[in-house]
Design a protein around this ligand. Sequence first.
Ligand SMILES: CC(C)(COP(=O)(O)OP(=O)(O)OC[C@H]1O[C@@H](n2cnc3c(N)ncnc32)[C@H](O)[C@@H]1OP(=O)(O)O)[C@@H](O)C(=O)NCCC(=O)NCCS
Length: 396
Amino acid sequence: MTDTEIKKGLAGVVVDYTAVSKVNPETNSLLYRGYPVQELAATQSFEAVAYLLWHGELPTDVQLAQLRATERQYRALSPDVRAVIDHVPLDAHPMDEVRTAVSLIGAKDLAGSGSVMDAGGTADENLARSIRLFAALPAIVAYGQRRRRGLEPVESRDDLDYAANFLWLTFGKEADEVVVDAFNRSMILYAEHSFNASTFTARVVTSTLSDLYSAVVAAIGALKGPLHGGANEAVLHIFDEIGTASNVVPWLDTALAEKRKIMGFGHRVYKRGDSRVPTMKAALDTLVEHYDRPEVAELYDTLESEFVSRKGIYPNLDYPSGPAYNLIGFDTLTFTPLFVAARVTGWTAHIMEQASANALIRPLSEYNGPDERHIDGYVPDEAVLAAAERAEEAAG
Ligand SMILES: CC(C)(COP(=O)(O)OP(=O)(O)OC[C@H]1O[C@@H](n2cnc3c(N)ncnc32)[C@H](O)[C@@H]1OP(=O)(O)O)[C@@H](O)C(=O)NCCC(=O)NCCS
């Protein structure tokens, strides 16, 4: 070994510039193209924020209307995408459905593009692909939840904007304004977060000059993990385990004694609190009031204050969004697919940024395996041989 400093998990490593968003853990702030995320969540539609992430500026009324018109064009799932989703076993994780559906949409769109180089796409082609995925994902996610509930799919409603239509597609009834608003905010808060694991994955794939769909499929795979996107559903499992606020203290005693990670808390970048949490918590509070479920807020607050006072580790966005999605009526397994539908905007903005100033991403490693050795004179180790024999016998 040399004395090269290993940055395990690339912690603290700055690998490139980005103009898409800025996370500042010192000031507890998150800016999308310069705008504080809480201002965007309070004033903008998710479509306008998608436009901002892709173009760098908020849309004019005309530009927003154009984006909405295009988004409506691509909402419907083609029968073959539905069929491929139907091939995914009902007990597979819905993230597998989403990954598979995006993969098919990409393959169909790129068919005939000839060489791998052609599939990389121009900036205009990649923007069109980004809008297409953004438009199709609500139907994919909603179809999955309805399929698992044994319900027929619902067709999109052209009179509804993105967030309201997403809820319509999922539940087959028009959502109340307060619910649409909370859901719209959550989508904006989940849209973008600089070089997180899934976005970095998308950038790595793009850096090889692969296509946008492949980069998004890879990002979905990265987001599936419980240390990343899978945490919001894990929060609900924890809430289910605990039951009521009065059980928090004994539950936490046991969980910490067993050295469990408490999902929904902690963050690689923010160490004094996640900038998105106050906005999402406010949205959760409106839902708690709307659905008259004060016990949810009580459990939330009790676990938060107990955990923060014991460990000094603060909630991340998944902590308030999990119970919010549960109140709206989403199944716990649908939470991470919802994250995909939101984050596809940030991923695609990064994919286009990476493609516009590309450098192949290829880090180094420090080798720590056996020293150089040679086949000539190789004598199998007795212990290794005996173990192999035992394994063969056991296998019959
Ligand atoms: C997000 C996360 C992976 C960040 O991890 P990280 O920056 O690599 O920090 P570490 O996992 O090394 O944690 C540092 C210390 O805090 C502890 N810690 C961090 N998050 C914790 C949590 N949620 N529950 C319990 N302990 C936690 C670790 O056990 C570790 O303790 P140690 O130093 O005694 O070993 C981590 O906080 C986590 O696993 N959180 C739960 C999953 C989650 O909510 N993910 C969504 C992120 S948006």
